[in-house]
Design a protein around this ligand. Structure first.
Ligand code: TXA
Ligand code: MG
Length: 321
């Protein structure tokens, strides 16, 4: 398969985006930018198209997909039940980097929800993504547009590197996205639980809506990963990754590398001063390190900020392998 690459700068961009949207509606796979990371989209009502997402990514079949919508009517078509929490949260945070897990309607195909009774829904805050979904006229199931296990793509070239030849269209964008995936919030039970931390933090939710939330970071009783994706290998570059708290001089790096049995020139130290910059660059820096055949990455994360929990979550997962 040859992927059609569509660039924002090209003169016939709008025509090509329309072509991609119609193809998407008719069962093709289209990678596209969002404000968090790039996604690999398929028609959420088309079971075969959604199965093809799993094939293209090499994704485990029990890990469900987030469905992207362009308006509330589309969102309501996907769900069976909701309460005031959904209305309030959607009003405050959509369009935006937050996904809500709700009891699904029969229209959502089996493959999207991987056998669960629920569906995760998100309305992205990105012009191209919204235009694509609106023109397709169907909700779009889209995981991050990377080969399963690799860092999520935050630049167009990452998508091309991982998925060229594996999907039908790749829509590029030169914007830098937030860089961590959406916050996933479970609204399908009485308790409101953050299943995956993201840009929208528990604090922001409580302050702006008064809704009390549990998150992995603040409540250790939430142990069983209800979000199946959280149990898999994730965000990993080829290099082994270690997190440190202190500054590293060149000689510290040499010592660390030696201790791990790696040549110092194959060791890279990444340091982030602020949380926004860390989110924006971490996955791209992991991928750059792979290109440079680095074997060991030492990361000193940003110490605070609203994105602290999301950043540490992604970094810890990368360190686990
Ligand atoms: O920002 C994002 O969310 C990006 C962009 C493309 O929108 N998408 C993304 O998708 O990160 P993905 O597939 O890489 O991660 C989806 C996460 C997984 O951890 C999955 O297990 C969880 O959402 N999820 C999806 N549906 C779920 C459901 N019904 N119940 C619980 N967790 C669910
Ligand atoms: Mg992913």
């Amino acid at each position: 398969m040859q992927s059609v690459i569509i660039k924002e700068q090209q003169r016939d961009f709008n025509d090509k985006l329309r072509e991609a949207a119609l193809a998407l509606k008719n069962g093709k796979l289209v990678a596209f930018p969002t404000e968090t990371v790039f996604g690999l989209g398929a028609n959420a009502f088309d079971d075969v198209a959604c199965q093809n997402i799993y094939k293209a990514k090499g994704r485990p079949s029990d890990n469900p997909l987030i469905v992207h919508v362009s308006d509330m009517e589309m969102a309501f078509s996907l769900i069976r039940e909701y309460d005031d929490r959904f209305i309030k949260l959607a009003e405050v945070f959509w369009q935006g980097p937050i996904s809500f897990v709700l009891k699904k309607s029969d229209k959502v195909c089996q493959t999207v929800s991987a056998g669960l009774d629920t569906v995760a829904i998100r309305m992205p805050n990105h012009k191209i993504a919204l235009e694509l979904i609106k023109t397709a006229g169907v909700p779009v199931a889209a995981p991050s547009a990377n080969i399963s296990g690799r860092p999520s793509p935050t630049r167009s070239e990452h998508v091309i590197f991982d998925l060229s030849g594996r999907c039908d269209y790749i829509v590029c964008s030169a914007d830098f996205p937030i860089g961590v995936e959406s916050t996933v919030v479970d609204l399908s039970t009485e308790e409101t639980v953050i299943l995956r931390p993201g840009f929208v933090s528990a604090n922001m939710i409580e302050e702006q809506t008064g809704i009390k939330v549990k998150s992995h970071g603040t409540d250790k009783t939430v142990q069983v990963p209800k979000s199946p994706g959280t149990k898999y290998k994730h965000y990993s570059p080829n290099a082994r990754v270690f997190m440190v708290e202190q500054n590293f001089t060149n000689s510290d790096i040499d010592d660390f590398a030696k201790d791990k049995g790696v040549e110092s020139k194959k060791c890279k130290f990444l340091e982030y001063q602020d949380d926004i910059q860390m989110a924006r660059n971490l996955f791209a820096d992991f991928r750059d390190a792979d290109q440079e055949h680095v074997e060991l990455i030492i990361v000193k994360p940003a110490k605070d900020g609203e994105l602290l929990e999301a950043n540490l979550n992604r970094l810890q997962k990368a360190c686990e392998y």
